[in-house]
Design a protein around this ligand. Structure first.
Ligand code: GRF
Length: 215
């Protein structure tokens, strides 16, 4: 069975969605760079090893990343899953776990990388917004896209109402991607494009419709 370590920084609702999905994955630990993160409590209650590593106690980003990498290595996970981990990771860290770090970003990348994506989507007047699960590469929010979830933007949306709609989609999207990962079906091509093996036309449609409700 494949194994993961999940990195969080706060609330941990994506982590909770992952933990609650009965995935065929071994979840070896949850680590937060903020020791007070609510998600750590949730993970511990569910019997998962929960570790706080305060990044402010380290003298540099590199020093923290090195310590974090060592901690992760102790668990020997196949994948490192970023679920609301709100720190930029340094290049040595990303290279060390190349093709093994996965992130969820609250926009339809390549649109709106960075922070404040929901307000940016409203300001740009887009009619469809959403979330992306992708492999992490040194260029922030630019790695190979594994899957996306789309939601409608309504005319009276605020950043908060849109964030809530996207978050609900994230909670479906991330477990679905991790299930594909657990099943060994996420194929990162040398071109940088990801394909999911074994999706026939029906299951591909279902996977997408699940994420784009066309009411
Ligand atoms: C999510 O919107 C995720 O896409 C972004 O940060 C937020 C984390 O929320 N990277 P949570 O901690 O999973 O509740």
């Amino acid at each position: 069975m494949k194994s993961i370590v999940i990195l969080i920084s706060g609330r941990g609702s994506n982590m909770e969605a992952i933990l609650g999905s009965a995935l065929p994955l071994e979840i070896r630990a949850v680590i937060s760079n903020r020791p007070g993160a609510k998600g750590l409590e949730t993970a511990a209650k569910l019997g998962i090893r929960a570790i706080g590593m305060d990044h402010t106690a380290y003298e540099s980003r590199e020093a923290f990343d090195e310590a974090l990498a060592k901690q992760i290595d102790e668990f020997k996970p196949d994948y490192v899953i970023l679920a609301g981990f709100m720190r930029v990771l340094s290049e040595p860290f990303i290279k060390r776990f190349a093709k093994r770090i996965i992130n969820i970003h609250p926009s339809l990348l390549p649109a709106f990388p960075g922070l404040h994506t929901h307000q940016a989507a409203i300001d740009a007047g887009v009619k469809i917004h959403g979330a992306t699960v992708h492999f992490v590469t040194p260029k922030l929010d630019h790695g190979p896209i594994i899957s996306q979830a789309a939601v409608r933007v309504t005319q009276d949306d605020t950043a908060d109402s849109l964030a809530a709609r996207v978050l609900a989609a994230e909670h479906q999207l991330y477990p679905q991607v991790l299930r594909w990962l657990a099943e060994g079906r996420v194929d990162l091509k040398s071109s940088g494009v990801v394909q999911i093996t074994g999706l026939n036309v029906r299951s591909e449609r279902r996977a997408q419709l699940l994420l784009v409700p066309m009411e």
